[in-house]
Design a protein around this ligand. Structure first.
Ligand code: IMO
Ligand code: MG
Length: 423
């Protein structure tokens, strides 16, 4: 069985935890897009692990983790993550970790350009500043440097020289900033190539041979559906296809090999960075839920914006991703509330929107139409069976199921590994 887990909102739905649980029953876990803009937190016992590039399944002994070609790799960040894990006693061998030779490389000028572009923009995106957008831009512009190039000094020299010729002009003339010297980047990146060489391979062949041998694969989405470059709240999005559709182009595994898609759905809504957010809290709930849900970015530490559950948004996600099952995460964060609201439609200029609109003006100004439910005002964190949840909590989950038109398979009621209800 090959399955995909995707975020259904604006990221940070709890994918790290869900993937940690599911990946103990699959053989291989694969990232297919994004880069170290992602931040997936997994709590094991009293240890907390935050993953940015490596799939979190690396925590399970004997499982293989793969970074597919659709991911942009900052080699410095990747090596740091590997060395941090090794310091915690987890050996990252080439048997357990493989990275595609076709991955595009995040270069120092990408990171700096990310910041410079943000300062020039009138409407800031609030990127993570990891160079993700500029790296994907170079990929599409066809001047990108790939991991395979770090293993070939001649090719790297040629490509880097070509890039710096253009980039240094941009740095100087557009941003009034200093350019880069060829030598220092060249030597630094050849060094990364040497260190990563044992992990770099053709992951297309590796993955498809594994499928032929009936191994099971979990494709791990980063970010969320509404940060997708095509379907998200453009331009306040990331630069890759985070939806299930991104799996095929991001790994080289065909669509006929994917059996199931699971949506990771936070029981309320959060967003980091700028951009429209119709159900955002305007009262003190914004602080209460942020505190209770520990809603601070795992990558940048920025406070996350919080709001009510938006079924217009998530229903669109279900459609876009062809979702088979839902995982409702962080239900326990709502434990103390007297009343809970669910957005079921938007209203703008007298018109009702039941489907997620495309027009930016509508999304940015849409007023949510809510239905209200009674809270359960009981702690759910110790519960392990769906039928033992308070009746109002069950009613809330069942209402989400009905609005989203997909069955719930998991309900998470805490950050620890065992705090999960399988329905
Ligand atoms: P995980 O995988 C939440 C957001 C940024 C910004 C926009 C573009 O942890 O769910 P980028 O640096 O990608 O160019 O920034 O996307 N963003 C995320 N928000 N979770 C993430 O990842 C995110 N990755 C990027 O805040 O608004
Ligand atoms: Mg995150």
């Amino acid at each position: 069985m090959n399955l995909v887990v995707v975020g259904s909102q604006w990221g940070d739905e709890g994918k790290g935890k869900l993937i940690d649980i599911i990946s103990k029953d699959t053989d291989i876990t694969v990232r297919y897009q994004g880069g170290n803009n992602a931040g997936h937190t997994v709590v094991v016992g009293n240890k907390e692990y935050i993953f940015h590039l490596l799939p979190s399944a690396i925590l399970h002994k004997g499982k293989v983790c793969v970074i597919g070609n659709g991911v942009v790799v900052d080699p410095k960040a990747l090596l740091q993550e590997i060395s941090d894990l090794e310091k915690k006693g987890l050996k990252v061998t080439e048997k357990r970790f493989k990275v595609s030779d076709r991955c595009h490389v995040v270069m120092p000028y990408h990171r700096v350009l990310d910041g410079l572009r943000e300062t020039k923009r009138k409407n800031k995106i609030g990127t993570t500043g990891r160079g993700i957008g500029p790296c994907y831009s170079d990929k599409v512009t066809r001047c990108g440097i790939r991991l395979v190039d770090l293993l070939n000094p001649k090719v790297l020299e040629e490509k880097l020289k070509d890039n710096l010729l253009e980039k240094n002009e941009i740095f100087k003339k557009v941003y009034g900033a200093k350019g880069y010297s060829f030598d220092s980047i060249y030597n630094e990146y050849l060094g990364y190539g040497k260190q990563l060489k044992k992990y770099i391979c053709d992951t297309v062949i590796y993955l498809n041979e594994a499928i032929d041998k009936k191994k099971s694969i979990l494709f791990e989405g980063a970010q969320g559906t509404f940060l997708d470059i095509d379907f998200g709240t453009y331009p306040f999005v990331t630069s890759s296809n985070s939806i299930v559709g991104g799996v095929c182009s991001g790994t080289g595994v065909g669509p006929t090999k994917i059996d199931k898609a699971i949506a990771c759905v936070k029981a309320y809504t959060t967003r980091v960075g700028e951009g429209p957010f119709p159900t955002e809290f305007t009262n003190r709930l914004k602080d209460d839920i942020r505190k209770k849900g520990k809603e601070y970015g795992a990558t940048t530490g920025r406070p996350r914006r919080c709001g009510w559950f938006d079924s217009v948004l998530v229903r669109y996600s279900v459609i876009l991703n062809g979702i088979d099952e839902l995982a409702i995460m962080k239900l326990d964060v709502l434990d103390d509330l007297e009343k809970i609201k669910i957005c079921t439609a938007y209203k703008y200029k007298g018109k009702i929107y039941k489907n997620f609109p495309t027009d930016f003006e509508v999304i940015a100004n849409a007023k949510p139409i809510y239905e209200e439910m009674q809270g359960w005002k009981t702690s759910t964190t110790g519960i392990r069976e769906f039928n033992k949840l308070p009746v109002n909590a069950r009613k809330y989950v069942r209402r989400l199921e009905k609005l989203l038109k997909v069955a719930v398979k998991y309900v998470s009621i805490g950050s620890k590994r065992d705090q999960i209800i399988v329905c």
